[in-house]
Design a binder for this molecule. Structure first.
Ligand code: IPE
Ligand code: IPE
Ligand code: MG
Length: 239
C-alpha cells in the first residue's frame, strides 16, 4: 500500500489498445471497445477505493471521427449505455462519492447523448470524493482554440484587457477549470505519445507507459504506475 501523501491528486488515462486487443483474438475491434469500457469501470472504482480525487479518462478524441462510421457508432452506443446505466447505479455511485464530468465538445454528439450527459452531471452529489472526467470528442488543441475565442470576444466587448490575460485566465476557460493539473498520465498499448490529450494541463505531468493493451489493464498495473509515481522527484523547474 502506498503512503497516501504520495498518491497523485489527478491521474489521466489514455484508454488505448482496444482494437489491437480484439484483433489478437480474432474478434471485431468493437469487442475491444466493449471490454475497454468494463476496464474503465474497474479502474475508476478502484481509484475511488484508494482515494484519488480526480481521474480523467480519454474515451474519444477529436481525431477519432476519422474511423469507419460503424466503429464510431459502436463507441457512441457504449457511451449511451454508460449514461443509461448511471441512473440504475445512482445510489452506488453516490455511496462511492463519484462526481462525473464530461470534457470535450459535446455539442456535435447525438442529441440524446447530450441530454443524458447533461442530466448525469446535474445529478452529481454536493459532496464527493472522486471526480471522474470522461473525455469525449476531446482535443487539447480544440480546447485551447475554444479558450482563445472566448478571450478574443471578451476583449472585443471591452470586458477584458489584453494585458490582463495570464495563465489563470486560460486555465479557467478550459474544461478542467477548478481542477488540479494531472500529476500522472498513464498510457498503455505501447505508444509513447499524448495524442492531443490535456495539452495545456500536462505541462508538468509525470508519464507512465506500458505495453499492456487497455482491455487487459488491471488494478495491479494501476498500482505499478502509482508506485513508480511515488518514487519520482518532481522539481517544477526548481532544484
Ligand atoms: C482506444 O483504442 C479507443 C479509442 C481511441 C476510441 P483503439 O481503438 O485506438 O485501439 P488500437 O490503438 O487501434 O489498438
Ligand atoms: C488516443 O488513442 C485517443 C483515445 C484513447 C481516446 P488513438 O488510438 O486515437 O491515438 P493514436 O492515433 O494512436 O495517436
Ligand atoms: Mg489507438
Amino acid at each position: 500500500m502506498i503512503d497516501k501523501s504520495l498518491l497523485p491528486q489527478h491521474v489521466g488515462v489514455i484508454m488505448d489498445g482496444n482494437g489491437r486487443w480484439a484483433k489478437k483474438r480474432g474478434l471485431p475491434r468493437t469487442e475491444g471497445h466493449r471490454r475497454g469500457a468494463e476496464v474503465f469501470r474497474t479502474i475508476s472504482t478502484y481509484a475511488s477505493d484508494i482515494g484519488i480525487p480526480y481521474m480523467t479518462f480519454y474515451a474519444f478524441s477529436t481525431e477519432n471521427w476519422k474511423r469507419p462510421e460503424s466503429e464510431v457508432a459502436v463507441i457512441m452506443d457504449l457511451f449511451r449505455d454508460f449514461l443509461h446505466e448511471a441512473e440504475d447505479r445512482r445510489a452506488e455511485n453516490e455511496k462511492r462519492g463519484f462526481r462525473f464530468h464530461f470534457i470535450g465538445d459535446l455539442t456535435v454528439l447525438p442529441e440524446d447523448i447530450r441530454a443524458l450527459a447533461d442530466y448525469m452531471e446535474s445529478q452529481n452529489p454536493e459532496t464527493w470524493r472522486t471526480t471522474v472526467n470522461v473525455a469525449v470528442n476531446y482535443g487539447g488543441r480544440s480546447e485551447l482554440v475554444h479558450a482563445a475565442r472566448e478571450i478574443a470576444s471578451r476583449v472585443r466587448d471591452g470586458a477584458l484587457s489584453p494585458d490582463a490575460v495570464n495563465e489563470q485566465t486560460i486555465a479557467e476557460l478550459l474544461y478542467t477549470r477548478g481542477q488540479p493539473d494531472p500529476d500522472l498520465i498513464i498510457r498503455p498499448s505501447g505508444e509513447y505519445r499524448l495524442s492531443n490529450f490535456l495539452t495545456w494541463q500536462s505541462a508538468y505531468s509525470e508519464f507512465w507507459f506500458s505495453d499492456v493493451l487497455w482491455p487487459d489493464f488491471t488494478t495491479d498495473d494501476f498500482d505499478r504506475a502509482l508506485e513508480d509515481f511515488a518514487r519520482r522527484s518532481r522539481r517544477f523547474g526548481g532544484i
